[in-house]
Structure formats: structure tokens, C-alpha cells
Design a protein around this ligand. Structure first.
Ligand code: FE
Length: 283
């Protein structure tokens, strides 16, 4: 296997979203070619309820998927087509907004006042942007964990590792979404189809993400890889935990404003005109 080299490493940066939620953005609202088919990754780990309970009140989405994966606390959600519920620690909500949904997402702290999770945005290809909205929601116990060599584990939200397949299915970009934990002094290798994008976001400890470079990257680091047959990650004296995300790039034009991502400015104008006119929701 030709292990992928690192292309870039950066750190998520503090920003504010929704009605005043303090979070860290790993990427988003920049050059989408670098992470295609993924648009944005937000890290909302936080231990000060006053910095997140304002939440994300009613807002629209069209043309993309939002993937919320929780570690601590919960997110209560409700939407325009009558869905309501909560995402609890270890659970995931893979929401395909398609032709349009209006929803709210309200974080709630756990008993210790903490809340933590991640929201990834994945783009939809032109011929799926106006598909009917769809949810795939799974609790912690429904998401399998692959037990690999030397105590390495990978929770598989979507994709396949070591014969273990994740519950999220039928997503056009053929994504992989894994929560990987590595003890100190171990190696983790994973095949990624050539041409697919691959990125890692470190959430604890530190690891080496390049086969020919011993630099260690820790919490809040976003690693983007070059092309190759797969990725190889090594830990040194400390363990590491990171999210690994892969997917098939779309290579399509991106017209993006706020929570709506289309292919052309004309489609964007239509979406916002429909919001104004009250005709955005197509059922
Ligand atoms: Fe949203």
C-alpha cells in the first residue's frame, strides 16, 4: 500500500454560530476544493453552558447533508416535517436536507455542564440536491466498534473497517466516518480508494499522520491527506483519538450562502426567494 502523505495540517479556530454558540471550526466557508465533498467541520466541545445553550434556532438547509456526532451532553432537534428527538452521547444524526428542511438544534449540557460533539457538512451532487429530505439516526449502542490489532478501536458510523460496517447507508459520496482510538505505540492503517478525499480531526492525545514524517499532531488538529491507497497513523508515547472522514469528491461548482449549498447563483437566488415567499418547503 502506498500510504498517503500529509497535504496540510491546520488547527480549528474559535468562532460563533447560531444564536451565540461558541465553537471551533476546523474548516468551512473557504476553498471547498480542498475538502470536496465535505464543506465544513465544527467542533462544539464546551464546558460552559452559557456559551452554547442559545443553540441553533429555526433555520433552513438545502442541497447538503449535516452529520451530527455527539460525545457529551445532547442536542434536541425538531424540524418542519414533524420530526423531533435528541441525539445523545455516542449517537449520530445523518440528515440529508435535500430539497429543503427547516429545523432547530438545541444543545443541552450533561450533569457536569459539558456538551461536546461535531457537525460535518457533506455536499450533495447536482442530481441529488433536490431529493426528499431523509434522516438516518443511530444511538451509541447501534454503532459498531471494530476491535483491531494492539487495542486500536474504530467506531464505524459509516463505511467499513476490519469487516465491521457502519449503520449509515446509501449516501452518494460513499463516505467513511470513523471515531478511532489508538493506545500509545500502535499503528492504524486503513485503505481509502484512490481519488477519495481523506481527512482526520484530532480530539485527544497526539499521533503521526504521515508515513515519512514523525511530527506529532494533537487536539484540534485537522489533517488533510494527499491521494494514495490509504492512510497510516502511528502513536508514540501517548494514545490518540481522532475522527477519520473519507469520501468521493463531486468536482462540481459550489454556490454557497449560509446553510444552503447549490451549484449556481441562480439556484441560490431561487432558494432565498422561496424562503421569503414561504414556498421553500416542498414536503
Ligand atoms: Fe442545521
Amino acid at each position: 500500500m502506498c500510504a498517503r502523505r500529509i497535504r496540510t495540517v491546520s488547527k480549528s479556530t474559535p468562532t460563533m454560530e447560531g444564536a451565540g454558540v461558541h465553537l471551533r471550526r476546523a474548516f468551512g466557508f473557504h476553498n471547498t476544493e480542498e475538502t470536496d465533498p465535505f464543506l465544513l467541520l465544527d467542533d462544539f466541545r464546551n464546558d460552559r453552558p452559557e456559551h452554547f445553550i442559545q443553540g441553533f434556532p429555526w433555520h433552513p438547509h438545502r442541497g447538503l447533508e449535516t452529520i451530527t456526532y455527539m460525545l457529551e451532553g445532547s442536542v434536541e432537534h425538531a424540524d418542519s416535517i414533524g420530526n423531533a428527538g435528541a441525539i445523545h452521547p455516542g449517537g449520530v444524526q445523518w440528515m440529508t436536507a435535500g430539497r429543503g428542511i427547516v429545523h432547530q438544534e438545541m444543545p443541552k449540557p450533561d450533569k457536569a455542564g459539558r456538551m461536546g460533539g461535531f457537525q460535518l457538512w457533506a455536499n450533495l451532487p447536482a442530481d441529488s440536491k433536490m431529493m426528499p429530505p431523509r434522516y438516518q439516526e443511530f444511538a451509541d449502542a447501534e454503532i459498531p466498534v471494530a476491535e483491531l490489532e494492539n487495542g486500536v478501536t474504530a467506531k464505524v458510523v459509516c463505511g467499513e473497517i476490519g469487516g465491521v460496517s457502519g449503520p449509515v447507508e446509501n449516501v452518494v459520496i460513499a463516505p467513511g466516518y470513523y471515531d478511532v482510538s489508538m493506545p500509545a505505540g500502535t499503528t492504524f492503517a486503513h485503505a481509502v480508494p484512490r481519488g477519495h478525499s481523506a481527512l482526520a480531526y484530532v480530539i485527544a492525545g497526539a499521533a503521526r499522520f504521515d508515513p515519512e514524517d514523525d511530527s506529532l499532531y494533537g487536539n484540534y488538529s485537522l489533517v488533510l491527506w494527499e491521494d494514495g491507497d490509504g492512510i497510516s497513523v502511528r502513536t508514540a508515547e501517548s494514545p490518540a483519538r481522532f475522527l477519520l472522514v473519507t469520501g468521493h469528491p463531486l468536482g462540481e461548482p459550489v454556490a454557497w450562502h449560509g446553510p444552503i449549498v447549490m451549484n449556481t447563483d441562480e439556484e441560490l437566488r431561487t432558494a432565498f426567494a422561496e424562503l421569503q415567499a414561504g414556498t421553500f418547503l416542498k414536503g
